[in-house]
Write a protein that binds this ligand. Structure first.
Ligand code: AN7
Length: 355
């Protein structure tokens, strides 16, 4: 049978009722791609796999949470869904709201959304509002507006979002036949690390995995509140998806890291951009800048000599690469070597490519 989306595939593990209307674009079932060159770089027989969430219907992991949040919002009789977003949540909310015939309002930090994501929110037909402030300001507004009659908040402060996103762990365990030894991922609002840890724990309790992974999160240096231990008032990073100074799921992230024996650290914008380029050029997997934070973290730990204390010889590592590279073409083009130009003549092209 063909894939039915995460609600039907994992119904018994999700808080849906038989009468819940299932709003789906057949999200999930994303590939777990081996990364042989990355594995070789790390050495010691470590095996790295990429959970390529960019292949979801709107190009990011947010679709897993949105199918849940939208289905429940519709069941509860909402007429408007509302979210703050650095871009991907708004794209997913807009698409799923369209499927549910609900009005969608997205609050976006002005001029800090990548082009692909803005195009999506607009094309799917959301009411897009540019907020003169950052994501944290927009989320504060959402909390205030959420109590309006008929409104449903679809940010990850909505627990249905976390429930949907935990299915990433289920798929990984089903594919590997076990849990990985460590799970790396970027951390912004911290919903995803919270969700993955929940998913791993649930399948562990059900006996579908006998071990649990260390959860290892990476924030961008200019937006690293959890690493620093306090909110960042003016977060900055080229990875606009994770330009967040006061994560909503801070406690969930802290618990995941502590209870799994993992860690949280930061990577600079330069490290993020070079990991993004490396992954595209070496493994053929193009992800957006924020999505490269976990890869950048692995390289950072390798270079600092920290890696052996986290990953034993022969360890299996999964890195969630959260969003598609086409989400942010401007940053990609700015940070690539660019094109060369020449006359439309055979010998000119051959001369150019020989150097
Ligand atoms: C590509 O869309 O917060 O730690 O509003 O888009 O669960 O927040 C996006 C976050 C990582 C961080 N990678 O995940 C939003 C938003 C990508 C993202 C994250 C985001 P969380």
């Amino acid at each position: 049978m063909s894939w039915r989306g995460i609600i039907e595939e994992f119904r018994e593990h999700l808080p849906v009722r038989p009468e819940t209307p299932v709003i789906t674009l057949l999200e999930g079932n994303t590939p777990l791609i081996p990364a042989p060159k990355l594995s070789k770089q790390l050495g010691r027989d470590i095996q790295v796999f990429l959970k390529y969430e960019g292949l979801n219907p709107t190009g990011s992991f947010k679709d897993r949470g949105m199918t849940m949040a939208m289905s429940v919002a519709l069941e509860k009789g909402a007429h408007t869904v509302l979210c703050a977003s650095t871009g991907n949540t708004s794209a997913a909310a807009a698409a799923y709201a369209t499927r549910a015939n609900l009005r969608c309002v997205v609050l976006l930090p002005e001029n800090k959304i990548s082009k692909g994501k803005l195009a999506q929110a607009l094309m799917y037909g959301a009411k897009a509002v540019a907020i003169q402030g950052n994501f944290d300001d927009a989320l504060r507004l959402v909390r205030e507006l959420g109590s309006e009659p008929g409104f449903a908040v679809v940010n990850s402060i909505n627990p249905d979002r976390i429930q949907g996103q935990k299915t990433g762990s289920f798929e990984i365990i089903n594919t590997l036949g076990r849990a990985p030894d460590a799970h790396y991922l970027p951390v912004g609002n911290a919903g995803n690390i919270t969700a993955y840890w929940l998913g791993y724990q649930e399948f562990h309790q059900l006996g579908k995995a006998t071990t649990l992974p260390k959860m290892v999160g990476f924030q961008a240096s200019g937006s690293a509140p959890i690493v620093r231990g306090h909110p960042i008032e003016h977060p900055e990073t080229v990875a606009t998806a994770i330009r967040i100074g006061n994560p909503a799921s801070w406690d969930g992230a802290t618990a995941a890291i502590r209870d799994s024996g993992g860690l949280v650290d930061e990577v600079t914008d330069a490290e993020i951009l070079s990991a993004q380029r490396w992954l595209a050029a070496q493994e053929g997997v193009f992800v957006e800048p924020a999505s490269a934070a976990g890869i950048a973290g692995l390289f950072k730990q390798l270079c600092s000599g920290q890696l052996p204390s986290i990953l034993a010889e022969g360890a299996t590592v999964v890195v969630t690469v959260t969003g598609h590279g086409l989400k942010d073409p401007d940053t990609a083009i700015e940070n690539s070597p660019g094109m060369v130009s020449c006359w439309a003549r055979r010998e000119d092209v051959l001369r150019l490519i020989s150097t």
